[in-house]
Ligand binder design. Structure first.
Ligand SMILES: [Zn+2]
Length: 178
């Protein structure tokens, strides 16, 4: 089932929900459709246009949600789908400080990597092999990253996500199938 981007009344991206859930929000008058997908949903009695973006009518206060969840998809988006050692096409996730040597699975210690670099580096520190990172890894910031991390995407969402911190990643993400 397609997914729908949900915006707060303030237009901040809140999350992604299945189409059925978004339709319920609209039919219960809790949200309005801002963009339509072009598809139609039929029931016994009504036909409604399927939304691709909805905006809540009432502002929802969102508690602080902590760092952007570290997912493979979000990581590949952060690193542009490129190996952070050689710049080749990334296919795997590498721990800069190897897990076997105390490295943690956190944004500051993971990078997208090609299979070859990951294999060559194995469980060594960078200084041991004289490698350098192309960029220092850091947690991504911005609400749009929570949407990217879900793995759902729709070109109609872009104008609503671009103001929220993921401009570069969004531009690159279509080439990424991680
Ligand atoms: Zn590489």
């Amino acid at each position: 089932m397609p997914h729908v981007l949900v915006l707060n009344a303030s237009y901040e991206p809140l999350g992604v929900v299945p189409l059925r859930r978004a339709l319920v929000l609209v039919l219960e008058n809790k949200a309005v459709a801002l963009e339509e997908s072009g598809a139609y949903m039929h029931s016994a009695t009504v036909t409604v246009s399927a939304p691709s973006v909805v905006r809540l009518k009432r502002f929802v206060r969102v508690p602080y949600r902590g760092p952007v969840p570290l997912t493979r998809r979000a990581l590949f988006a952060r690193d542009g789908g490129r190996c952070m050692y050689c710049g080749g096409v990334a296919t795997s996730v590498d721990h800069v400080i190897p897990r076997s040597r105390g490295g943690q699975h956190v944004w500051d210690n993971v990078v997208a990597s090609c299979r070859r670099c990951n294999h060559v580096k194995a469980d060594r520190h960078l200084f041991e092999i004289g490698w350098r990172l192309r960029h220092k890894p850091a947690p991504p910031t911005g609400l749009a990253w929570r949407i990217i991390g879900t793995g759902h995407r729709d070109p109609r969402w872009l104008p609503y996500l671009q103001p929220y911190g993921a401009d570069d990643a969004l531009a690159r993400i279509d080439g990424i199938s991680a």
